[in-house]
Design a protein around this ligand. Structure first.
Ligand code: ADP
Ligand code: MG
Length: 345
């Protein structure tokens, strides 16, 4: 029991501190529960060849999306994609989703139908079934909670915890784009608020805006890894920023990490947008959220399988824990990384 006179602000412990606090109070009671709190998805064993994967994510209006620039169809797609991304991060296949909605009276039937057009499109894209959910009223705003169920053969599951010293660190796609898309959209919103006659000119920013509004789960990479018979030693999806995810892998695997600044993939479009906003492109890549790329580690002997892949970058390697989590800068200085991540509290 906590002392009734003490009050700790959530901001003091942070999102992950709070989750650790919750997790520490629970012990697993069923032998079917192989992995509970602490990875991208829980892992369950109900017998048979395949293990089951379960993950859940909630999106809140005003925190995760702003309907003044987020079309409802895109939002529907995104809330499925971000959940599928957590199954991808376990090297699994998504199979089913449930979707629960909290709706204020601002929303019409037509608006909900638009949301579900995007959800349906994502279900077809990822080959998953919508199997249920819940619908309730909300005092203000839109709340969307999605749970996703998937599966994978036991030997294929990629946890956060099995990275080993000397493994190579890989990341898919490019990073920082979603954060920069958000900066563009926020700026246009301010311009629009001060002068509604002004039409936003977003064409130049199509790429980064697309990264923010239409993220894809990298299931394409999961299929390719499977074709190449390459099982990552560890994997996580980049939802809170590269630095934060590297910390999760390092902490779960009890290892250190070194990455190289000049190897971090940043697209030309993101680079230019960052400079325009007076931001460091690398800081955007390290600390921006919502890229939904995959960060994974592989044994040295597997390097040949990915070395020529156009959409996988090798950014560093796994070290002993004592070495910490560092980045070698372009000027060859070794600087410790900070996991700022995306702070909601
Ligand atoms: P991700 O970014 O991959 O969605 P999170 O950082 O949200 O993962 O969560 C990390 C782990 O903590 C997951 O195993 C998740 O299920 C668990 N978790 C998050 N919030 C809670 C909560 N309120 N109660 C119990 N477990 C939680
Ligand atoms: Mg995740």
């Amino acid at each position: 029991m906590s002392n009734k006179d003490t009050r700790t602000e959530i901001g003091e412990v942070g999102e992950f501190g709070l989750i650790d606090k919750i997790a520490s109070k629970f012990t697993i009671q069923n032998r079917e529960t192989l992995t509970g709190i602490g990875d991208d998805a829980a892992v369950l064993d109900h017998g048979g060849q395949e293990l089951q994967l379960v993950s859940t994510d909630m999106l809140l209006e005003g925190i995760h999306f702003d309907l003044s620039y987020m079309p409802l169809q895109h939002l529907g797609y995104k809330c499925v994609a971000v959940n599928v991304s957590d199954i991808a991060a376990m090297n699994g296949m998504p199979k089913q989703i449930t979707i629960s909605l909290g709706l204020s009276n601002r929303f019409s039937v037509e608006a909900v139908e638009k949301l579900y057009e995007g959800i349906q499109y994502a279900c077809e894209d990822y080959g998953i079934d919508l199997i249920g959910g819940d619908t309730t009223s909300s005092p203000t705003g839109l709340v969307i909670s999605v749970s996703v169920f998937g599966s994978a053969p036991k030997e294929k599951i990629a946890y956060r915890k099995n990275a080993e010293e000397n493994d190579i660190i890989c990341v898919t796609g490019d990073l920082g784009g979603a954060l920069l898309g958000l900066q563009v959209l926020e700026r246009e919103k301010e311009v629009y608020k001060s002068n509604p006659e002004m039409q936003p000119d977003l064409e130049k920013y199509d790429f980064v805006v697309g990264k923010q509004l239409k993220p894809k789960a990298r299931m394409d990479i999961i299929y390719e890894l499977s074709d190449k018979k390459l099982i990552p030693t560890s994997m996580i999806d980049v939802s809170d920023g590269l630095a934060s995810e590297l910390f999760h892998i390092a902490k779960s695997s009890d290892v250190g990490i070194v990455i190289y600044e000049d190897k971090i993939p940043v697209s030309k479009e993101s680079y230019e947008a960052a400079i325009e906003f007076g931001l460091s492109p690398i800081t955007c890549a390290l600390n921006g959220g919502e890229d939904y790329e995959l960060l994974f580690t592989i044994g040295q002997s597997e390097y040949e399988k990915i070395k020529l892949h156009p959409d996988i970058s090798t950014i560093g390697y796994v070290t002993k824990k004592e070495k910490g989590i560092n980045m070698v800068t372009k000027s060859e200085q070794v600087v410790p990384l900070k996991a700022q991540g995306w702070v909601h509290f």
